[in-house]
Ligand binder design. Structure first.
Ligand code: NAG
Ligand code: NAG
Ligand code: NAG
Length: 425
């Protein structure tokens, strides 16, 4: 259940400001100004060891026909101070677009989806989820934005003259409105016995044997989102007590008004667990995708690999039905990740994204956590994916004497189907 009503949600949006700064690009007409707004999610209540994984519907979001340029976020406390990951681990947040019927009979109905990463197509008759351009099955990984612990240190800027088009009234189905859904999954690790284990959602630490729907988990399932759902509790050190806290996801959007000079980019998210079977003869059918979102890194057999650094390499080969020019790329990994690369069919590197680990204590530099991912900004036009090209995605983790559970290997790509000079003809 969500504890926040819509009214609370609005009143808890304690800050909303729009700054207008001139746009520096000579490409654009000078009337097009970058606008910035800072918003707060509804309150997230967390006690030591507890998990919050909630879905906030109809969140504050930029409105109008615009091009999104930047989207950043961080977890803050009631005073607005950044909260470090070793206190509250930000497992993920995602922002999803949906259309809501204006003639809704269901104003106060909440569709408790539990896991937005797994939003089903049967959202309801009054809601239509509008996923990104692909490439997982159904609505899986259909978000526009979303990151995890690396949020503070990962660049999301979209270079000029590109942008993510939203709010185009011509694209909203008749009788519907465009809305946005935010899912925040946070784990309070103050006082827990095993911080890394809690962030890896190890089932034994959560004392969980059934999933969020009450269905028994397979005994071979050691950990992952199935064991750290909303309201679960990770094991604390004996006798630890700490106060409950009220936190928020503070998110910042930057955008410009849409005009004919903005070149739209499409959003793709590739998942290294996608087991799509491709043969060279069969046509590509997107329904054959099978993104699992998470996977497990097996322990390293140190006996047999004495001198070799133990690296777990996971690969998958995925066709892109439609290609284009890569404008931006970034991978998503969890602790233990050491980098991810996307290769073209001929083996050329499309993008390599490497995690940065913190080495201190303060928010944004937490030792042992991924605090940022490097990003790719190829010179527009220089990195092209061809229609139907089969890409290879590779996600590397260091492996240790114990398994890593619930790890991820995603690649988020922004692709322009035209270049600026082509776009304006
Ligand atoms: C774990 O769960 C079982 C069954 O739900 C319960 O009996 C037991 O007390 C729990 N253990 C802890 C440490 O919470
Ligand atoms: C991942 O591992 C493979 C195989 O060892 C290696 O060729 C590749 O360079 C690694 N990539 C990254 C980003 O670490
Ligand atoms: C992180 O903290 C360490 C230890 O205090 C410090 O040496 C390092 O410069 C910090 N890094 C950043 C990016 O602030």
């Amino acid at each position: 259940m969500l504890f926040a009503t819509k009214d609370m949600m609005i009143s808890l949006t304690i800050l909303w400001l729009v700054l207008v700064t001139p746009c520096s690009s000579a490409f654009w007409n000078t009337h097009n100004k970058i606008k910035t707004a800072v918003y707060y999610s509804p309150a997230i209540e967390l006690g030591p060891g507890s998990v919050s994984n909630k879905f906030y519907y109809d969140i504050e979001f930029p409105r109008g026909h615009i091009a999104l340029k930047v989207f950043t976020a961080e977890v803050v406390d009631e005073a607005g101070n950044p909260v470090p990951l070793h206190q509250t681990y930000l497992h993920h947040w995602v922002v999803v677009k949906y259309y809501e019927s204006k003639s809704k009979l269901t104003t106060n109905t909440r569709y408790d989806l539990h896991r937005v990463l797994h939003v089903s197509d049967s959202f309801s008759n009054s809601h239509i989820m509008k996923r990104n351009s692909g490439i997982c099955q159904g609505n899986i990984l259909g978000q526009y934005y979303g990151l995890g612990s690396e949020t503070r240190g990962t660049n999301t800027d979209i270079p000029d003259p590109f942008g993510i088009e939203i709010g185009n009234p011509a694209k909203v189905p008749e009788g519907y409105e465009e809305k946005w859904l935010l899912n925040v999954h946070a784990i309070d690790t103050r006082g827990v016995e095993d911080k890394l284990g809690c962030t890896e959602c190890r089932c034994d630490l959560y004392n969980v044997t059934v999933n969020a729907y009450g269905i028994p988990l397979s005994p071979s399932y050691e950990g992952g989102l199935g064991c750290c759902y909303d309201q679960t509790q990770c094991r604390l050190k004996k006798g630890f007590q700490g106060p409950k806290r009220t936190l928020y996801l503070r998110y910042t959007a930057k955008w410009i008004d849409w005009d004919e000079y903005v070149v739209p980019v499409k959003i793709y998210i590739l998942d290294v667990t996608d087991t799509l079977k491709i043969s060279d003869t069969s046509s590509i059918d997107s329904s054959n995708h099978d993104c699992q979102i998470e996977y497990k890194v097996d322990p390293c057999n140190s006996e047999s690999k004495k001198d070799i650094e133990c690296v777990d390499v996971k690969r998958t080969r995925l066709p892109m039905q439609k290609g284009g020019y890569v404008v931006y790329g970034v991978a998503h990994q969890h602790s233990g990740g050491i980098g991810s690369t996307l290769y073209g069919q001929d083996g050329r590197v499309i993008c390599t994204s490497i995690p940065n680990y913190g080495s201190g204590d303060e928010a944004g530099n937490e030792s042992g956590y991924i605090v940022g991912m490097t990003t790719c900004y190829p010179k527009p036009g220089s990195v092209k994916i061809f229609d139907g090209e089969k890409l290879t995605m590779e996600s590397n983790y260091s492996s240790t004497t114990r398994s890593r559970t619930g790890v991820m290997g995603l690649f988020y790509l922004l692709v322009a189907e035209q270049l600026p000079h082509e776009h304006r003809t």
